[in-house]
Write a protein that binds this ligand. Sequence first.
Ligand SMILES: Cc1c2[nH]c(c1CCC(=O)O)Cc1[nH]c(c(CCC(=O)O)c1C)Cc1[nH]c(c(CCC(=O)O)c1C)Cc1[nH]c(c(C)c1CCC(=O)O)C2
Length: 388
Amino acid sequence: MSTESSQYAIPELKNLGSWRELEKSFPPLKNDLLLRAAKGEDTPRAPVWVMRQAGRYLPEFLEVRKSHSFFECCQTPSIASALTLQPIDRYPNLDASIIFCDILVVPQALGMEVLMEPSKGPVLPKPLVTPEDIKRLNSNVSVEKELGYLFEAITLTRKGLAGRVPLIGFCGAPWTLMAYMCEGGGSKTFEKSKPWLYKYPQESKDLLIKIADVCADLLVGQVLAGAQMLQVFDSWAGELTPYHYAEFALPACKHISFKVKSILKELGHPGVAITLFAKGANSPSTFKLLSNSEETGYDTLGLDWTVDPLEVREWLGNKRVNLQGNFDPTVLYGDKDGIEKEVKRLSEQWKKAGGGWIANLGHGITPNVKPEDMGWFLECVHKYSKRD
Ligand SMILES: Cc1c2[nH]c(c1CCC(=O)O)Cc1[nH]c(c(CCC(=O)O)c1C)Cc1[nH]c(c(CCC(=O)O)c1C)Cc1[nH]c(c(C)c1CCC(=O)O)C2
């Protein structure tokens, strides 16, 4: 245990008590494939989970959503936990669970209103227009006060999982959250958020770090509440030039990983593996920047489906970082034969690439997938990712 004091303030998490006592109260983990792959071990087969695995393709999810709004689901620990467990109960072939929540709870904690509109997705009615608007955001956010429901949901879920699979905690990456906060919702052109990087570079950096500070506290709280691994979702990373990714997005992601690691170390916690999913940030120069876990603080990189694992391994130039991905989400509309062929083809590439591999889609599962096709996909990954 380190005696060095952290440069970061430990978030106030009074209600969580001691993580050691809490950890002892959870049933032992029976399937640790995910945690082993995240340490770079060659596992007998790839662990598999799917982004948005608790989502609208599941009839049991839609049933709950009939009587509860989206954010009500996130903010009610018993509902969030039940939704997290739905895919685990349905698919014994899943090797991980991810807590049901949303990346946009961080802008909410910063004081912004976020609505989830059925046909539009997220809407933030009062976006940040100029740096002057940053003053509207809360300072010294207490993640326990604002987002304590998520910690409660995590602890409940660890109990409900009964050690079946590990539980992943997550947050959005600062650039992706800044994009939502400046656009006021999703966007195709990013014409309100990206100009900030050209017009107000220093204010943008300050805003990104302000967001990163809340993200880091949120991740620390999730680990202390029982999350066994973490993922940071930078869904809009691919909208940036490689230069702007390196100058703005990545430093803010590093602020998160190092702050989380430093605080956990100070609390005597052994730490957890962290995955960075920088969707679309696929230039070889960007992969070079991400190639060394010790320099970035991220143990695993999530890949989207537009790159080949072998080519990425070549760009990375080493095996010090593990990889996750990267089946095209639309393969799930490809019928049984199509799914099987594609899982076989891409698994061969992954096996040749070597190093830690966590199988996943290259983005979230989409609402119209048939639940039985998701089951078949998982079965195929079990079969074809086996190492000979
Ligand atoms: C960009 C982003 C968001 N949220 C998230 C991201 C990053 C990943 C990505 O790029 O997809 C992350 C997220 N959102 C959700 C989870 C839950 C855990 C999981 O199963 O992966 C996670 C990890 C639930 C959700 N978040 C949302 C739903 C569906 C909403 C509903 O039930 O009506 C779910 C299950 C809503 C949401 N939330 C967001 C959007 C754009 C939307 C609407 C459009 C859509 O569904 O694809 C923001």
